[in-house]
Design a protein around this ligand. Sequence first.
Ligand code: 2AM
Length: 174
Amino acid sequence: MTGVTRLFVAVWPPTEVVEQLMSLPRKDLRGVRFVPPDNWHLTLRFLGEASIGDAIAALDDLALPEAHVELGPAVDVRFRRMIVVPASGLDALAAVVGRHTGGIGTHDPERFVGHLTLARLGKRASLPDVVGARFDAAFDVGEIALVRSRLERDGARYETIETWSVDGPTSRDR
Ligand code: 2AM
């Protein structure tokens, strides 16, 4: 598959973890944009605009380290504009992905800080109740995903293009 588009590499949390996250409060508040549960992910590397073919070539045949993710201990605020659940255990995996995709895309690799974004805050938004809520979940990463992001009026649409297990590629063109 070819074509330049907005791409990132991520881990999709398993259904049980998504269900656990759904128990956190998500009350509508002015200026607070909650990420829909279907879009919850842990970004390993944001590529910006990048060639799908280049990204797949960079990620094919890598030895991906196993990762055990721990989410928590509490919902937090990042950069005053994101409501996140901190995530540990992804540093080695993110480092391998970052190293092998370094020259790809319009966005250079950044220092990795594991997190799952629950909401984004507008300029004058007040902090939602969920900040500070205790959260505790863990899972083993089965695969990483190359994801296409389409920015639409009502938010981002994500589509998995390919996944790789910690042992190698598992699917193409999904
Ligand atoms: P995050 O919410 O986990 O930080 C797709 O755009 C994803 O890439 C976003 O959900 C965001 O994940 C991550 N990302 C990291 N840096 C970004 C940037 N500069 N612009 C847009 N998305 C970025």
